[in-house]
Design a protein. Structure first.
Length: 374
């Protein structure tokens, strides 16, 4: 979920056998021991890595923070609503409010890496990398690079004045091919791969597994997670469709028969290989306002997924006006078993002055002791 509160800028039977009772108690205590170990897995703030997003005097914060491995030590970051100073020294209240920006990180350890931020300039003012289409703007999601092809996803968003609305609504999604991903983003050649009007928003994650690209998208307004696949051969030809959707009876080309693989996953989520080789890990923010970052595990992408386990409670979630979201993992990054980011937001007047808010924050997690999903 990417927004400020009302932005003013331009922009979750009795057993008689004592022996049997002892046996069951032993099993119970063993199970409780596993559960205790699992719940003990918590993350740690990583302030040394946080400095990465404070290195440009004109890039003054953003949300979402999706990352994509470009290879050879390069990581693409894609951000949603961003404050970009018109000149160094400007504060947020005098900055442009840009619907999306990107950055290239050099080095996989964010506590030692460098980064360069990118946006376009239109009519002398900072502007988005993925251009708006009339009243519809783009919020980047995930993507994937395979060979010389880079596929990037954007949620299509429009203003919404309906009662109880958050001020915006999803109106579909777009995907773009980048044919020159080794060049700097400000000279990328973007080609529309597809444009879809749907209540399914693609893609919060993209994974390559066994000859396929697996794409994960959320339903609106339920925020259930669905999975589609496209073959690597199609990808090599620059084709995204036809997508096949996971259903209770297997893979289907009929999107109306798709089934969720995970329910109540939130507006942003991540999927990755378990670094311990025990299947897959999913991470998302749970709750609205004061949220926790939770993790699920499964041996297969379609599940069944374990119940969510809290692995980090952002300290900002304990503030009176807490608004914390966008928890996700970044498997290409180095420095811990699991590396996460999240964003803390707040009321307009507070965000305009409080520079501790509205920058992605890093968390590192060690996974020792976590039992694999059954």
């Amino acid at each position: 979920m990417q927004f400020l509160f009302n932005p003013v800028w331009e922009g979750h039977q009795h057993e008689g056998s004592w022996h049997l009772v002892l046996s069951r108690l032993t099993v119970l205590f063993f199970a409780l021991g596993i559960a205790s170990t699992a719940f003990a897995q918590t993350g740690m703030a990583w302030p040394e890595a946080d400095e990465l997003f404070h290195s440009d005097p004109r890039w003054l914060g953003a949300d979402a923070a999706f990352s994509i491995d470009l290879g050879q030590g390069r990581v693409l970051w894609m951000f949603n609503d961003t404050f970009v100073a018109r000149k160094p020294g400007d504060d947020r209240s005098h900055s442009a409010f840009v619907r999306n920006t990107v950055a290239i990180q050099s080095g996989y350890d964010p506590s030692h890496a460098t980064i360069k931020f990118y946006w376009q300039t239109r009519r002398g003012s900072p502007s988005e990398m993925f251009p708006s289409e009339g009243p519809v703007w783009m919020w980047p999601g995930s993507g994937i690079r395979i060979g010389n092809r880079l596929l990037l996803f954007c949620e299509r968003v429009a203003s919404d004045s309906a009662k109880d609305s958050l001020g915006f609504k999803s109106v579909g999604w777009s995907a773009y091919w980048v044919t020159n991903p080794d060049d700097e983003p400000n000279v990328w050649k973007l080609k529309i791969a597809t444009e879809v009007s749907d209540t399914m928003i693609m893609a919060s994650e993209a994974l390559r597994e066994d000859g396929f690209v697996y794409l994960f998208g959320r339903s609106e307004p339920e925020h259930h997670l669905y999975m589609a696949q496209s073959s690597i051969e199609n990808f090599a030809k620059g084709k995204l469709s036809p997508l096949r959707w996971w259903s209770d009876t297997g893979w289907q080309t009929d999107s109306s028969k798709r089934s969720s693989v995970l329910r109540n996953a939130g507006t942003e989520t991540s999927m990755q290989r378990d670094p311990g080789g025990m299947g897959f890990i999913e991470v998302n923010s749970e709750g609205f306002g004061a949220s926790n970052i939770v993790m699920r595990r499964a041996r297969n992408l379609e599940g069944p997924w374990s119940p969510p386990k809290m692995i980090y409670r952002p300290p900002e979630s304990d503030a009176p006006d807490a608004f914390v979201y966008a928890g996700k993992s970044h498997p290409e990054l180095k420095g811990a078993d699991l590396i996460l980011t999240y964003v803390a937001n707040g009321p307009d007047e507070k965000v305009a002055k409080d520079m501790s808010l509205y920058f992605p924050r890093f968390v590192k997690v060690e996974l020792h002791g976590w039992e694999p999903a059954q």
